[in-house]
Unconditional design. Sequence first.
Length: 209
Amino acid sequence: MINPKIKELLGFKPDDADKEVLAKWKKASSRVCKPCWELKYCPYGPFVEQSPVLPPLRPVAIEHNEYLKNCLRTGVQNNGVQLDAELRKMFKSRIRRFNPNDYPTSIPREITDMSCTLFGHICPVVFVAEGFTETLEPRRRGRYIPFKIKMRVVRRDNYTCQHCGKHLLDNEVEFDHIIPISKGGSSEESNIRLTCFGCNRDKSNLVEL
């Protein structure tokens, strides 16, 4: 079950059916990939801060609330800093407003996969990216890899598994999507590499940076 607050954060109505929300979210997130996966940095900069942040799970929120209570009892934070009047006022306000039911017990992985691993914000690419490209050639989607791309990848990678370095025979060659299709990866040459059967299965749908 998707917490209603999560639905609102992502732009849905709280009473939208979970199945419908996930279906729409999967469609939106599969059209794109997080730019940091390919560029190794975030091109959105401060714009990321305007994107929603997923709340902590209920056990984490409860634990933090207990921490605030303990700080008020002892007058000291975990880092040894004494509580001043302003901090006491803020902690008391947070404890007074705390309701564990405001926090989800779980969040679907399809949603958490699109959050920033550094700051926690949902990547803006899901909300702002368009389907067009800067060239006349459309972005290839889906698992189908054209034969000419397969041949270029085989020559480029010299019949060698790009994970373990094993030299491959014709019947041992497998093609791995660096950024998986399920996470918005394309079937373009730059996103394909050679692997052996074992390495391709071990990777599953993980993204290797």
